[in-house]
Design a protein around this ligand. Structure first.
Ligand SMILES: NC(=O)C1=CN([C@@H]2O[C@H](COP(=O)(O)OP(=O)(O)OC[C@H]3O[C@@H](n4cnc5c(N)ncnc54)[C@H](O)[C@@H]3O)[C@@H](O)[C@H]2O)C=CC1
Ligand SMILES: O=C(O)[C@@H]1CCC=N1
Length: 264
């Protein structure tokens, strides 16, 4: 099975890195195209996959073709590959904001199409992907696609109406988490900790908290209460975050991302 990537940017590299590390596909089975020589050389050297500037070659070869370009370039790139796609190929778009109807409109209503929303932790096998499909993708074909998406993390099928919510909660949120991590570490630096150590402690605290929630299945409020001793140190910090509108700000950030996806 040949896997094609049109676009070899941050998200494609994370997915390819994740797929190869799980040995779900071999590097010989991946071919990718991008715009600049620099990217083509870089990705070829990083992963040993075949790279080319020829989008049509990738589209012709791929059994599963990932559209990993920015949504703004769909109008330019999709008409370029429309004529060479194989009828049985599965097209998988990872673009924010581009609906199944948009993509069918640019390619053909007859294509087998999956629209998904991954995230960059795919690079370390901890991605999170929501995926939906059009009516031409059979259960068996979807399972093959989901297996590929699961090679770099959690992947679940969702109705298309929830794809923008997936973008908000997991596609975009690594950026919010990194903002939080940077700030958390700054707080530790303010208290005298060396910066490198502060990043390790901040990241491990977030990793451990996420794992604790996933593995215990406990409500986040209950887990918060387990940290928060009466008249203790944590409640002081919790009070400040509530005063500053931390939770409202996070909800608004997700809402803004969802709305941007809707209006792209
Ligand atoms: N970065 C992220 O965290 C996530 C990105 N996405 C989606 O992934 C897609 C790609 O995003 P990024 O990887 O962040 O962008 P990027 O800017 O890092 O990569 C885009 C790639 O497309 C290539 N490209 C540009 N024009 C091209 C053309 N005409 N033909 C072939 N290749 C061309 C560029 O050379 C580059 O390799 C977007 O549609 C985005 O919505 C989805 C989920 C998360
Ligand atoms: O910012 C973006 O548009 C992309 C899509 C989801 C995450 N990054």
């Amino acid at each position: 099975m040949k896997i094609g990537f049109i676009g070899l940017g941050n998200m494609a590299k994370a997915m390819i890195g994740g797929m190869l590390s799980k040995e779900i596909v071999r590097k010989e089975d991946i071919i990718g195209s991008a715009k600049t020589e620099h990217t083509l050389d870089q990705v070829n050297q990083m992963y040993g996959i075949m790279t080319t500037s020829d989008n049509q070659l990738v589209a012709k070869e791929a059994d599963i073709l990932f559209l990993a370009i920015k949504p703004q370039f769909f109008g330019e790139v999709l008409p370029e590959i429309r004529g060479v796609l194989r009828k049985e190929a599965l097209i998988v778009s990872i673009a924010a904001g581009k609906t199944i109807a948009d993509i069918e409109g640019l390619l053909s209503a007859d294509i087998k199409l999956v629209r998904c929303m991954p995230n960059t932790p795919a690079l370390v096998g901890e991605g999170c992907t929501g995926a939906c499909r059009n009516g031409h993708v059979s259960d068996e074909e979807m399972e093959v696609c989901m297996k590929l998406l699961r090679s770099f993390g959690v992947a679940e099928e969702v109705p298309e109406r929830l794809i923008n919510a997936v973008a908000g909660v997991s596609g975009c949120s690594p950026a919010y988490v990194f903002q939080f991590l940077e700030a958390l570490a700054d707080g530790a630096v303010l208290a005298g900790m060396p910066r490198k150590q502060a990043y390790t402690f901040a990241a491990q605290a977030v990793l451990g908290s996420a794992k604790l929630m996933l593995e215990t299945g406990k409500h986040p409020g209950e887990l918060k209460d387990m940290v928060t001793s009466p008249a203790g140190t944590t409640i002081e910090g919790v009070r400040v975050l509530e005063e500053k509108g931390f939770r409202g700000a996070v909800i608004d950030a997700v809402k803004a991302s969802v709305e941007k996806s809707e209006n792209m």
